[in-house]
Design a protein around this ligand. Structure first.
Ligand SMILES: NC(=O)c1ccc[n+]([C@@H]2O[C@H](COP(=O)([O-])OP(=O)(O)OC[C@H]3O[C@@H](n4cnc5c(N)ncnc54)[C@H](O)[C@@H]3O)[C@@H](O)[C@H]2O)c1
Length: 442
């Protein structure tokens, strides 16, 4: 389709989802008006500075800079586009409900119009679409259309996920706006799920809750493996080859984090509770995840005894590799627990240091993995950054004061770690001892 015939769009909120949506639709040929209330962010974007680290994003935004317009004035988007994609944050509140204040601010800012539609990309509780339509009616803006179009991108591979989605979900009332959104996505030739607004909202929450459940499940299997001498990596491989199960999200580790799973699981649990249903399974998913983040402490104590005064090096801080997102990262809990137990913490992350410095106090940021290993009693692999695969483990061993490597993501080859003269302890794997004398109390 030529760029001339593509529908122009507005994107409200220029965070991870907003910028990827903007870059993705620009790639498909649309002019995109990007709106944010954060003036420095918009200034930066105008000057070509991308506020987040996402592979390929800067290049795509640069390639399509002619089609991308950045503004703090909603009127710019309203003037040029009928479809306004909403990608503002919906963080958790203390009650576990989603905080919809940014969404409502957008709704309230809309003028009366019968030629515009809000297209909700933000993850919202089931029923939000209905309450927005009610708000539009009450505000005399009943002509405004509404479409639910949840986003399934994964940070780290967000552009690929946008351009090659497993499915596109469009929930609407069957008016022009739903058709227009479907037409926008048509070049991607993705599987389309066209449904009602409530079901579209639930697809998103249920998908994230299911994936989180899969992670907590394999983490519990890992914990039982530790008690019984099985190796969870082998177990997961054997399970994942079953077509009905699949290998994805079966990696045991130190718990899930990020800006989506923790809050979306809590929001679904809360939504169920608010509707009178006790979602028992999700309570366990959350609890298992919280406990999993702390198991590393017990592993360290098992080998080092008291952690008071011990030097612990953390490899990676971001909630997963290929992102600088630190929201709900397991490293936040880990570094706080370590410091509370009296340990001194040094950490290195290839890209997330800037974000981490805003959230983690009292630790030293190293300049490299080796820098973090220097003088450490133990090193913990927290984030599975690909560059850590190239680490010279013998050099790591020679820099350390102690010999323990806790592999929080089952990332390293245990044999290689042991050959380098270290002791290996993964998650759900039999402890592999190196050719080093066992420590006292071990
Ligand atoms: N990050 C992900 O991986 C991901 C994936 C799928 C869905 N989601 C959902 O998408 C939504 C956005 O997530 P994100 O990670 O992109 O958030 P984010 O925090 O990175 O970005 C949100 C942006 O919205 C802006 N904003 C807030 N209020 C505004 C307003 N009234 N008008 C204009 N801009 C406003 C903020 O300044 C910020 O730039 C959330 O609901 C999230 O759950 C996120």
């Amino acid at each position: 389709m030529s760029s001339m015939s593509r529908e122009p769009i507005g994107v409200i909120g220029t965070g991870y989802v907003g910028l990827v949506t903007a870059a993705g639709f620009a790639e498909l040929g649309s002019e995109v008006w990007c709106i944010d209330i954060d003036e420095p962010k918009i200034e930066g974007l105008r000057a070509g500075r991308v506020p987040i680290w996402e592979p390929g994003l800067e290049a795509l935004l640069t390639r399509h800079r002619e089609r991308l317009h950045f503004s703090t004035d909603l009127g710019d988007a309203l003037e040029h586009a009928r479809l306004l994609f909403v990608a503002v944050g919906t963080p958790p509140t203390y009650s576990g409900d989603a905080d919809l204040s940014a969404v409502h601010a957008v709704v309230d800012a809309m003028p009366a119009s019968d030629r515009h539609a809000l297209v909700m990309k933000s993850t919202v509780p089931v029923g939000t679409g209905d309450s927005i339509r009610r708000a539009f009616e009450e505000q005399g803006k009943g002509g405004f259309s509404y479409v639910s179009c949840p986003e399934f991108l994964k940070e780290g591979s967000a552009l690929k996920d946008f351009l090659e989605p497993d499915r596109v979900v469009v929930g609407d009332d069957g008016d022009w706006a739903g058709d227009a959104v479907v037409a926008l996505y048509a070049p991607l030739e993705a599987e389309l799920v066209r449904t009602d607004v409530r079901s579209a909202e639930m697809v998103k929450l249920a998908s994230n809750a299911f994936l989180a459940t899969k992670i907590s499940f394999i983490n519990e299997i890992a914990n039982v493996c530790e008690e019984t001498g099985a190796d969870v990596v082998e177990v997961a491989r054997g399970m994942g080859l079953d077509d009905r199960i699949g290998p994805k999200f079966l990696q045991a580790g130190i718990g899930f984090g990020g800006s989506c799973f923790p809050k979306d699981v809590a929001a679904l649990k809360q939504l169920a509770g608010n509707s009178g249903y006790h979602f028992q399974l999700l309570n366990s998913v959350i609890e298992v995840n919280e406990l999993q983040k702390r198991r590393v402490i017990a592993k360290l104590q098992k080998h080092l005894g008291s952690l008071v005064g011990k030097e612990i090096g953390l490899l990676g801080l971001a909630f997963k590799a290929n992102t600088d997102d630190m929201r709900e990262a397991s490293s936040l809990v880990l570094s706080a627990r370590l410091q509370a137990a009296g340990a001194r913490v040094r950490a290195y992350d290839p890209v997330a240091e800037h974000e981490a410095r805003k959230l983690i106090r009292g630790i030293v940021f190293g300049e490299s993995a080796l820098d973090v290993a220097r003088g450490a009693d133990a090193v913990v692999l927290v984030t599975e950054w690909p560059e850590f695969a190239d680490l010279d483990l013998a050099e790591v061993a020679s820099e350390m004061r102690g010999t323990l490597l806790v592999d929080g993501r089952n990332f390293f080859d245990p044999e290689a770690v042991v050959s380098a003269g270290l002791m290996y302890e993964g998650i759900g794997r039999a402890l592999v001892r190196g050719a080093v004398p066992a420590l006292e109390g071990d």
